[in-house]
Design a protein around this ligand. Structure first.
Ligand code: URA
Length: 297
């Protein structure tokens, strides 16, 4: 018989299958959850001699204990001030983008919220890009370098962009949030909250205003939630692969590259690729037969 917890587990599994990247639990829900006690698995005694013999046999170092799996992370997030109002200078797009980047770098809230040793991540790419890729928030590698999508997920995004017949320099990459969300764990990235994304939204809107891409590609359910409203996060499975609009610009909703890394199957790759073929079609990029057939058996 399925318990309440089994049902939650099944639902989370279903959402994960649909492409939900991470699930944010608000403070009140989190306070109802008890911390998970780590399971103690009895270990059969193995002598030092046996361990050495085994290690020799498999020609690998003796395995070390796995670090403890993260449990639910709840970070106290101080209320944010009102989102900034952006009045772009009446200037050429390149000067506007420079002004905007300087404004972000000077933003008191962004600087207050970021980790001390990290940088804010504005975004980069072609100012006249047809395609703007948007993620939810920078990860560690991005916050260390100050550049978007340079870590493992970024490297996969690079490959995707190449497969589309483009280069990173021909597109624009950015995030909703301009700082890496503080995490109470020394590892991993915390998804940004709706409030955090709402604070930075005017910066993204101004970037879009300047660049005027033909298509925006929203990467992952958190990004979709930040762009289209929190309720859309849970509908990611049905929204993925569909066109929506953001500020009258066609918006393609697709998987986040970090989701693709964790769910590395031909089927998921093909689903993502079909979304990107649709993007290519929308911006009139040539599509070869070879490209049409990627990730088909
Ligand atoms: N994930 C994102 O959403 N953005 C980045 O820049 C890197 C990883």
């Amino acid at each position: 018989m399925s318990t309440g917890l089994d049902a939650v587990y099944d639902e989370l599994k279903r959402l994960q299958k649909e492409g939900l990247d991470r699930v944010y639990i608000n403070d009140s829900t989190a306070s109802l959850l008890k911390p998970i006690e780590p399971k103690v698995i009895p270990v059969k005694h193995i002598s030092a001699q046996d361990t050495a013999a085994l290690a020799d046999l498999i020609d690998k170092p003796t395995p070390r204990a796995e670090p403890a799996k993260p449990t639910i992370s709840v970070v106290e997030i101080e209320p944010l001030p009102e989102a900034p109002t952006i009045q772009l200078p009446d200037d050429a797009p390149i000067a506007q983008l420079k002004w905007l980047e300087e404004s972000v770098q000077k933003c008191a809230t962004c600087n207050e919220r970021k980790n001390e040793d990290e940088q804010l991540v504005f975004g980069n790419g072609a100012i006249d890009a047809d395609i703007l890729f948007c993620g939810d928030a920078p990860g560690t590698d991005e916050a260390m370098s100050g550049l978007p999508f340079v870590g493992a997920a970024g490297q996969l995004l690079d490959k995707i962009i190449k497969a589309m017949g483009l280069d990173r320099e021909k597109v624009y990459c950015t995030n909703l949030l301009k700082w890496r969300p503080k995490n109470d764990k020394p590892y991993g990235n915390r998804p940004p909250t709706q409030e955090e994304m709402a604070f930075c939204l005017p910066y993204l809107e101004a970037q879009i205003d300047i660049i005027q891409p033909k298509v925006i590609v929203a990467l992952g359910n958190n990004t979709v939630g930040g762009l289209l409203g929190e309720e859309t996060k849970r509908k990611f499975g049905s929204l993925r692969g569909q066109w929506d609009t953001f500020h009258d610009i066609p918006l393609m909703i697709t998987f986040h590259p970090s989701y693709l890394q964790r769910n590395d199957t031909l089927k998921t790759k093909r689903m993502a690729w079909e979304d990107l073929l649709a993007v290519m079609g929308k911006v009139d990029l040539p599509i070869s037969e070879k490209q049409q057939g990627y990730f088909l058996k």
